[in-house]
Design a protein around this ligand. Sequence first.
Ligand code: C2E
Ligand code: CA
Ligand code: CA
Ligand code: CA
Length: 279
Amino acid sequence: AKNRGRNRLVTFDETMNKEARMRLWLEIELQKALQNKGLEVWYQPKVSARDFSIHGAEALVRWKHPIEGYISPAQFIPVAERSGLIEQLGQVVMKEVFTTVKFWKKQGMLQGRVAINLSPQQFGNPNLIQYVSDLQRTTGVNPDDITFELTESAMLGENEHTIQMLNAIKKLGFALSIDDFGTGYSSLSYLARFPLDELKIDRAFIKDLETVPKQLTLIENIINLGKSLNMSVVAEGVETQQQAALLSNLNCDYIQGFHFFRPLPKTDLETILMKNFRG
Ligand code: C2E
Ligand code: CA
Ligand code: CA
Ligand code: CA
């Protein structure tokens, strides 16, 4: 028993070590990727819940490591957030998206807005406003074509900083979306106080929409809540035809999920958009 205990302890320590080493490796490799322009931005289209036509997209960062292949954002975003690399990563994403959206809109290729995810660390930095404002001017993008997505936890409660940042982003003309709605915050009072344009219902609510009757009631009420507060409502993580039909019946505004589109490289999305464009 003593032996086993000791072994377990050793195993435990090695696991910790492995995790720490993994984090360090990711940080070093991510640093390299940022230097070598090794990050890409992919786009997942959203569709209208009325006619299922493409309406806007979400920008999602992708990292193809030269040896390991694609590494999931779920793995490297937390590392970027803890190491401070998220600042640079976020700027790469914003530059790419602003430039691309300017082009798509000029060509008349895309309807709706493109959404950019903001980490709590990015949102917490007051320099974000100046950066975004400068980038908007140099790229010439219409801020009305861009949405910033924030999670409930990114807004860090209803303090002065949060209100000031949200108002500053709105004042520049950008739209604001609350991401992963229903997963992060215990109070709903921020919905009345914050200038939010969109509410994204988290995938967790959609998952068992067909099998858990109360889930449908819950979603119906979230949709009505969002709409009554003048927000557009997006359902994310929609994977089946039945989920899409149910959401459509509940008058959800937009749908995002693998049932319609996976995140796509820019050129793949452009091919799809051009096909639609030509009819
Ligand atoms: P998120 O903002 O909630 O993004 C949605 C995630 O759900 C994406 O994962 C997307 O690929 C995935 N997804 C979309 N439809 C479906 C579906 O039908 N079923 C399932 N199972 N999944 C679906 P991804 O791209 O791996 O990103 C994970 C998270 O990483 C994002 O969650 C976001 O929090 C973060 N992230 C991604 N790109 C960026 C970025 O450029 N900046 C920042 N700060 N965070 C990012
Ligand atoms: Ca998001
Ligand atoms: Ca989300
Ligand atoms: Ca999320």
